[in-house]
Design a protein around this ligand. Structure first.
Ligand SMILES: Cc1cc2nc3c(=O)[nH]c(=O)nc-3n(C[C@H](O)[C@H](O)[C@H](O)COP(=O)(O)OP(=O)(O)OC[C@H]3O[C@@H](n4cnc5c(N)ncnc54)[C@H](O)[C@@H]3O)c2cc1C
Length: 474
């Protein structure tokens, strides 16, 4: 028997559901005379063409950290390059029997892939999947009529009622329990492997995110002991470091969602932190909500959640799109956001909403173009959250912003970056403007500062956008 553990979006050995099950099975059943064990990760070959280099760098840091952790218990981490189907086929072909363990993934394309893996494996063994990524496994929280929730607030209410949260059981995945079997590791010589240490990244050292469990845990702990106190007050201001910054870690699973909830719940005992923690927990529940949406409505992968909005005639002007991508729209808050994204692989949530709304409602460009551009640049790219955020902003999603409530980018800027601190950081051409002028520089100033004139007139475009939505609404 080959006991195989497949790390996917759970790049940690602590509090890991599938790993705890794997350890328990290996501990009880491993036969030193004939069994082998392996831990592996598969990196799809085309990942670089779609996902940004910054994200891959972060991933490699996580893998490196995981590699070193496994080493402490005597185990290797094999990092394969190729399609999952080919890798698993190879493992099956080279073993009499296989018992494969992993945590479930809920993205429509991953569900499809896992069905294929089941088919490949079924003659040779078992593919054992567990829920680890979210607290509420998609399908476990349903309306009374057994249909999925499509509105956030009642979902949240049921989530809090059902789980009756005090604390969540964390899983014992201590590798010491199976350390003695590290002498019996399986090595594949037939599959292409990646040496993550030899990979070179042509990136300037200006990234704010570092992969790995220690980093993720440090961020989480620090946030919950400091910034969470004012989270409800400051989370919308992009110039203030007011949020946790844990999204890339939650995505790759260097920290578990249970750890996030449990540490947050502990802080609710501190009265001064209560409001901030409650607001933060609500954000984690948005993640749970979007995961179950992606699971129940897989067509959102390339279509609007509200299907009639697939009929909107987007203008899809490529020149305007390029200006948006490059932060040259002449709307300072939008340009600051887009430049932050491209430079750092990150954008503050408030500005994600502003830039996404601007692309769809002011430039009339299909939200899928924006979703893809974010996917190419975000370190924390997460299908369910990205799609959810885009469809919310485009008003095509479930429980999204109504199409007639279009953000005014100037007012958003005045409200959430009143002194232009965020704008000045990413749009240095405007650094000499005062707080009044920076949100909407006048034309003379634009000329002297070499900053583009506004790409469109927001008020005109707002009317056109509303008409476009209205025309497909009946
Ligand atoms: C257009 C658009 C695209 C987005 N793309 C992504 C994406 O690819 N990956 C991603 O993780 N988030 C995405 N978000 C949601 C949100 O912007 C980020 O989760 C958040 O900015 C991450 O920062 P943080 O970890 O400091 O969040 P915090 O404010 O500290 O929140 C804690 C955690 O809660 C979850 N969360 C917070 N806000 C949301 C939200 N609106 N929807 C779902 N989950 C949320 C995240 O996991 C986050 O890490 C997107 C939002 C929009 C509007």
């Amino acid at each position: 028997m080959l006991y195989a553990y497949w790390f996917r979006k759970d790049l940690r050995v602590n509090d890991n559901k599938a790993l705890s099950e794997f350890i328990s099975v290996v501990r009880n059943r491993f036969n030193k005379k004939k069994d082998k064990i392996i831990f592996f990760y598969i990196k799809g070959k085309n990942s670089f063409s779609y996902y940004g280099e910054k994200r891959i760098k972060f991933l490699y840091e996580c893998l490196n950290d995981l590699y070193n952790t496994l080493k402490k218990f005597g185990f290797d981490l094999e990092i394969y390059s190729g399609s999952s189907g080919d890798v698993i086929k190879n493992l099956c072909e080279n073993s009499d029997e296989i018992s494969l363990y992993a945590n479930k993934q809920y993205e429509p394309y991953n569900i499809k892939r896992d069905k294929l893996i089941y088919e490949i494996i079924k003659q040779k063994g078992t593919f054992n999947l567990f829920n680890d990524t979210v607290l509420s496994e998609p399908g476990s929280i349903l309306k009374d009529d057994k249909s999925p929730y499509i509105v956030y607030t009642p979902f949240k209410k049921k989530f809090l009622n059902l789980l009756n949260i005090n604390s969540f059981e964390e899983y014992n995945s201590d590798l010491n329990q199976i350390r003695e079997f590290s002498k019996y590791q399986y090595k594949s010589v037939y599959i292409e492997k990646i040496n993550i240490l030899s990979e070179n990244f042509n990136l300037k050292n200006n990234l704010n995110f570092k992969g790995g469990r220690k980093e993720g845990f440090k961020l989480l702990n620090h946030f919950l002991n400091t910034r969470v106190f004012d989270y409800h007050l400051l989370r919308d201001f992009p110039s203030i470091n007011g949020t946790s910054l844990i999204s890339p870690h939650l995505h790759f699973g260097t920290i578990s969602v249970r750890e996030c909830f449990n540490l947050a719940l502990k802080q609710t005992k501190n009265k001064k932190a209560l409001k901030g923690v409650q607001t933060w927990i609500s954000e984690l529940i948005w993640r749970e909500f979007y995961y179950q949406i992606a699971f129940h409505f897989p067509y959102i992968i390339n279509g609007a959640f509200i299907k009639r909005y697939d009929n909107i005639e987007w203008e899809n002007d490529k020149i305007k799109f390029d200006r948006w991508c490059n932060g040259l729209t002449g709307y300072p808050i939008v340009d600051a956001g887009m430049r932050q994204l491209v430079k750092e692989g990150w954008m503050h949530n408030r500005v994600r909403m502003i830039t996404a709304m601007f692309l769809t409602k002011d430039l009339l460009i299909d939200w899928r173009w924006g979703e893809k551009f974010f996917a190419e640049h975000l370190i924390d790219l997460d299908f369910a959250n990205n799609n959810g955020g885009w469809q919310w902003s485009a008003s095509t999603g479930c429980d999204s912003q109504p199409y007639f409530r279009i953000f005014n980018p100037y007012l958003q800027s005045v409200k959430f970056d009143p002194d232009g601190v965020y704008i000045k950081k990413y749009v240095p051409e405007l650094k000499n403007l005062d707080g009044k002028n920076i949100h909407k520089p006048d034309l003379e100033l634009i000329k002297s500062e070499k900053y583009p004139t506004p790409i469109i007139d927001h008020f005109k475009m707002k009317e056109i956008a509303i008409l476009k939505f209205k025309s497909v609404s009946n």
